[in-house]
Write a protein that binds this ligand. Sequence first.
Ligand code: RNT
Ligand code: ZN
Length: 405
Amino acid sequence: MKQTHLTQSFQLARERYASLGVDVERALKTLATIPISLHCWQGDDVGGFENFGGSLGNGLAVTGNHPGKARTPEELRADLEKALSFIPGKHRLNLHAFYGEFGGKKVDRDAIAPEHFKNWISWAKKNGLGLDFNPTCFSHPKAADGFTLSNANKGIRQFWIEHCIRSREIGAAMGQALGKTCVTNVWIPDGYKDTPADRNAPRARLAESLDAVFKKPLSPKFNLDAVEPKLFGIGSESYVVGSHEFYLGYAVSRKKLLTLDAGHYHPTEGIADKISSVLQFMPEILLHVSRGVRWDSDHVVVLNDDLLAIAREIVANGFEKRVHIGLDYFDASINRVAAWTIGTRNMIRALLSRCWSRRKNSKPPNVPVISPRGWRCRKKSNRCRSVRSGIFTANPKMFRSVKTG
Ligand code: RNT
Ligand code: ZN
């Protein structure tokens, strides 16, 4: 289409929308402030660069053999650049720990450090991207029995605790280097295929391990911690240690972000309705936008009712600064650059197309909980003593002046 036709069509559309009370310019401006975190693992079928010779496993399965899988960090970055060239706006990249660059050495997961991600950081800086991070608690001999942070073996538990501690520190280093807060998300595969005799002990161990992981406070300016629940996985159909109730309780009580993955629920259960529910009790959340199809939780995101409902909940309520949007799917049966491009563009289209639903003067609701970032403003205003001492209060007036962005 010729440029003049496009401009004319846009002008007509803008007028038509204006007659319905939709300010198109404002919608586009808002949209430009919402970054989407592209998941690096779509580019190489969740392979990583450790070359330990291990296979994926731990409930994660990628099907398809489309040619063009990235084999090196350079190839992955080149493919990402290609995808980003088709995606309007400024976005983020979500990295997993096993995508570090180890210079041909065997650096085990409990020895990773910010230096292994320096190329990613400088590449992100050059491309104006923020970075997010994840410990990789799968595809490893110490995850072979299906248990990591909740493993009954103390030594194995300790190994994964150390890995997660280091991952948070890498996240903080990324946030600091880029001047853009990194969200570090902990997901573990731990669970049983069949009915366990003891549902309690692994959960008690997981809570203890997580407390050890999060013991050291890190500046929320650089790193925010998130935890990701799941209903079931392949090979953990009967019991998942980090279930929804487990992590909801953990996130609220430990002031962490909860990750809502669209593929982690019952097949007819969407995450859109959960957003305003959990945001009553926590300041910020992370989304893993995905598309569950039957038993698979990770199909490429399409513009369907589920996606539109998620977008509407974010935009209509003015939750853009409180909901971190990440993608999480992997499809090896189609072109991987196309998979990134299609999913990301659909997310952006969904957000834009729901702009009509934005409530007038929509402000973040008054949240009677501590925001890791709001904390400092509240401290200044000295109006939050009861919250700081750990007592949750339901008096919304206290928080009127607090911005959570
Ligand atoms: C698995 C979780 C998790 C992973 C990534 C690779 O069910 O959704 O987020 O997909 O960490
Ligand atoms: Zn996920």
